[in-house]
Design a protein around this ligand. Structure first.
Ligand code: B12
Length: 291
């Protein structure tokens, strides 16, 4: 179970700390536990109750005293906040900040997310869904290209910061990560590179639209053992497989990990050398293929 400080609850729900304390003292609607130092700690259930009260006051124009009375009368108390409900609210607020081109608010929300959750949870359950929503709304014309560019650039910047600070263990196999020429989408590549960096692997990150020419020489020169490829555009898939086959003929010991929405499994390639990885099975794939 997650426990949250009053500051986190305040940021998460957008309710001032003084209001939270007032509701608690005046109406005893929630009873947070205390740390040894006496600081309040709120549960998911407390958060659900506060969120429900806030909705009554702000959306239904009900006075807080009346909202508390209604709460007591409700046959069902607000459900304990599931992580997915908290994720949904973060996704919604970050999305709003990004399409409003509000860097400060977007940074505050992202900092909050990183302080509440493990960073992989933030990437997979908050940042990726925000980008998918941005993509859907851009496709239907709800938001502009500028808003989409601002959002993806913001998220990419936040991810790059991690790549700089994570320490490298030189004893682990070295990786090289790239998107083939023509492929601009590289946030998925960045996330998987961060996953490997967190394990301690050195990752040479080449990023989007990288030409194949000269790559194998670079791999040999830098003693790379694992090559990471990300593809969103399906029409680039066959060429990528052709290049991998050529590499494997020259360097049979190389390993390739391929992911992204543009890939589909390829039976002709050896499963020992090439691993097609999905969206969430990274730990398992890592254990069976790289470790
Ligand atoms: C941001 C974005 C862009 C940015 C990219 C910026 C950047 N620096 O990456 C820019 C503006 C450049 C762009 C351009 C285009 N885009 Co765009 N873009 C998006 C958007 C909104 C988000 C993509 C993203 O980063 N998602 C978040 C990441 C984390 O998700 P992901 O890539 O799926 O990765 C996950 C998994 O697939 C996996 N994964 C990915 N790679 C790898 C690699 C490995 C090894 C592993 C293990 C796993 C893995 O892990 C990730 C976590 O789950 C999507 C919307 C969407 N639904 O994705 C559209 C989207 C991908 N774009 C689309 C289109 C059409 C385009 C353009 C053709 C538009 C145009 N007409 O110019 C161009 C193509 C450019 C090119 N040649 O590549 C379409 C793709 C349609 C298709 N082919 O199926 C989408 C789906 C939008 C839409 N709804 O129509 N885009």
């Amino acid at each position: 179970m997650c426990m949250y400080s009053i500051k986190k609850v305040s940021e998460l729900l957008n309710i001032p700390t003084v209001t939270i304390r007032a509701w608690e003292n005046r109406y005893q609607v929630i009873s947070p536990t205390r740390t040894e130092g006496g600081h309040r700690l709120y549960s998911d259930k407390d958060i659900a109750t506060l969120r429900w009260l806030k909705e009554q006051v702000e959306e239904n124009n009900v006075k807080i005293s009346e909202a508390v009375r209604l709460l007591a009368q409700r046959p069902e108390k607000p459900q304990e906040e599931s992580s997915s409900a908290v994720y949904d609210s973060m996704i919604e607020r970050l999305y709003e900040a990004l399409v409003d081109l509000n860097t400060q608010e977007a940074n505050t929300l992202t900092d909050l997310a990183f302080s509440l959750y493990d960073y992989e949870e933030v990437f997979h359950h908050i940042l990726t869904p925000v980008l998918y929503k941005i993509g859907d709304d851009w496709e239907t014309g709800l938001i502009t290209v500028a808003q989409e560019h601002f959002s993806s650039q913001f998220i990419l910047n936040r991810c790059t910061q991690f790549l700089r600070i994570l320490p490298v263990n030189p004893a682990l196999p070295k990786a090289l990560a790239f998107c083939p020429e023509g492929e601009q989408h590289h946030i998925g590549l960045m996330l998987f590179s961060l996953f490997l960096r967190k394990k301690g692997h050195d990752v040479i990150y080449l990023g989007p639209s990288t030409p194949y020419s000269g790559l194998l020489e670079l791999i040999e020169m830098k003693d790379v053992s694992v090559v990471i490829v990300s593809l969103t555009e399906p029409s680039l898939f066959e060429e990528a497989m052709g290049w991998i086959n050529t590499c494997l003929k020259k360097r049979p010991g190389l390993k390739f990990i391929i992911g992204g929405n543009g890939i589909h499994s390829h039976e002709t390639l050896s499963r020992k050398s090439v691993f097609f990885m999905g969206k969430i099975d990274w730990e398992e794939g890592y254990d069976t293929f790289i470790k």
